[in-house]
Write a protein that binds this ligand. Sequence first.
Ligand SMILES: *Cc1c(COP(=O)(O)O)cnc(C)c1O
Length: 462
Amino acid sequence: MAPHVLRKIPSVTELLESKPLRPLVERVSHNVVVSGVRGFLDELRADIGKSTNGGNLPDVTELAEKIARRILQGEQPSLRPVINASGILLHTGLGRAPLSQAALDELQLVAGGYASVELDLATGKRSQRMRAVEGLLCQLTGAEAALVVNNNAAATLLVLSALATGKEVIVSRGELIEIGGSYRLPDVMQASGARLHEVGTTNKTRVSDYEQAIGECTAALMRVHTSNYVVLGFTAAVSLEELVALGRRHQLPVIDDIGSGAVRDFGEYGITDEPVAGHSIQVGADLVLFSGDKLLGGPQCGIIVGRRALIERIAGHPLTRALRVGKLTLAALGATLRLHRDPAQANREIPLLQLLAAPLDNLKNRAERLAPQIAAAPAVAEAKAVEDEAFLGGGSVPNQRLATWCVALRPQQGSLDRMASELRSATPAIVGRLKADWLLLDLRTVMPGQDSQLVQGVLGVR
Ligand SMILES: *Cc1c(COP(=O)(O)O)cnc(C)c1O
């Protein structure tokens, strides 16, 4: 049966001449279409061999149409734009912080040409562009020197490799974090060749715990901000001041992984628990590590600021080369940092801060204006404006909650999951969040300029 069906499969030439595929050769490219056709026919033959297709063979046109759809799908950009209506400001799955216009302009300036970016590894000296970014980081945090790598996980790996391979780093048991599943501090520590010396307990760690752990093999003391959980109740943690005093007494560097990397206090927006980079430096941390694409509102990168002698030592480590950033990152980061020099300008121009600072009344007005428009969509049974809580980060137990307003909707038919999935396949894709019997579209994370696209997206759901 199978060989008989196999013989009926049209040839590549025949398919290329077919009505659906002929125009594609012109539009896409001969090579792409030919390899698309070959790949498809290979799969078809394999399916027939396993007789998973039941022995049916579509006619040439039907087959060609299938292949054409597959080829066109492959021509779409791999990343699709998304309206983030999840209420999670720093959503790792959605690329974290959106960039400012100033960052986009600077990217545009260097992306298509050459730019001064090189880093002299032998001397640890930074090139002009790296020095400009370093200067801005020092200005914003009060540190002596700075180094930028691929992300904060890379910053941690690099710092531990350069300062502590074959030695011990002391960390509190209450701070052995996991972030987003793929980042676990003990694993990063192990990959660096440093040994984790855990002290204290999950809920209580005292200075004496650190002090008793210090020995011949100790290379550093490390504090890690618990970005995505809180330990409440019967607790005790050592302050950075105490840790720095201990480090000084034993001549050990203190590494402070602050995570989100606030360059100033955002208490006025309800963010009360995020350490500020400049504060850690001022208190005396020798190295402070943070992400560029969290509260800083810049591109993905990891930032290391601190003492010059330590930064030079780190910059000379071979891993620096493996973890370095490209010109696109340096351009976007430089522009973002320049905006931060003036807090008012940063609030106006950095999208993340605009979203964070949007007054609750504005969100309420928008939700009340959009709800009836969304309620009019054929797929929607009911839609109303509701007050709720948005989140700073996407961790499993996010502790930073922000006041917000949402449009809550219920589908005419089918499940909430199906509605959510339909919205995710809209253009641009819309990502909301489910709560009880409602699908929430949270306006805390939707740019005001995207409101009409949001409505159009819901109206388009069948
Ligand atoms: C987010 C975070 C990290 C990981 O940072 P990436 O930039 O995602 O690599 C590490 N430590 C802390 C405390 C964090 O909050």
